[in-house]
Design a protein around this ligand. Structure first.
Ligand code: CMP
Length: 139
């Protein structure tokens, strides 16, 4: 059975460009409801902890720098089949490969500054949501 929660971040490039409202509107119009949301500035260490699975990847250090370069919005979302449906809504990691009408096609600047994050599994959605929110902060 697939889960009904996913986790997303509106990344520094999209937040700084003033695209948070448009992105959240697209997410809500696609049928997701917001279960937790906060504006956060990550330290490079915190960003490194969040993306620890990518530690050995060549882009890891730049990713930590980028993700700590400005404010982000962390959000837990609910919808049936949330993980897969959200990944469809945001499009491919590389905006050059993202389908027309997806959030990354519309708002991402590059493969790194790609506007939004989306969990890749139900298990990671739970882990990532709990990275930012306590049980009391989840609706
Ligand atoms: P995200 O879906 O949040 O997961 C890992 C992030 O690493 C990715 O989005 C991008 O922001 C960033 N990244 C930078 N370079 C690459 C790359 N070559 N391949 C995949 N992810 C990359």
């Amino acid at each position: 059975m697939t889960g009904n929660k996913t986790f997303t971040m509106i990344k520094p490039d999209a937040f700084a460009a003033g695209n948070s409202g448009a992105i959240i509107k697209m997410i809500e119009e696609a049928g997701f409801s917001i279960k937790a949301m906060k504006l956060v500035k990550l330290s490079a260490e915190k960003a490194g902890g969040f993306y620890a699975v990518h530690k050995e990847r060549p882009f890891y250090n730049d990713l930590c720098k980028y993700m700590s370069s400005g404010a982000i919005i962390a959000i837990i979302l609910e919808k049936e089949n949330a993980v897969a449906d959200f990944r469809k809504l945001i499009g491919a990691t590389n905006p050059a490969e993202a389908a027309e009408g997806t959030i990354r096609k519309l708002f991402a600047k590059s493969i790194e500054a790609n506007a939004v994050h989306g969990s890749d599994s139900d298990e990671n959605a739970a882990i990532e949501g709990s990275f930012f929110f306590s049980e009391l902060e989840k609706f």
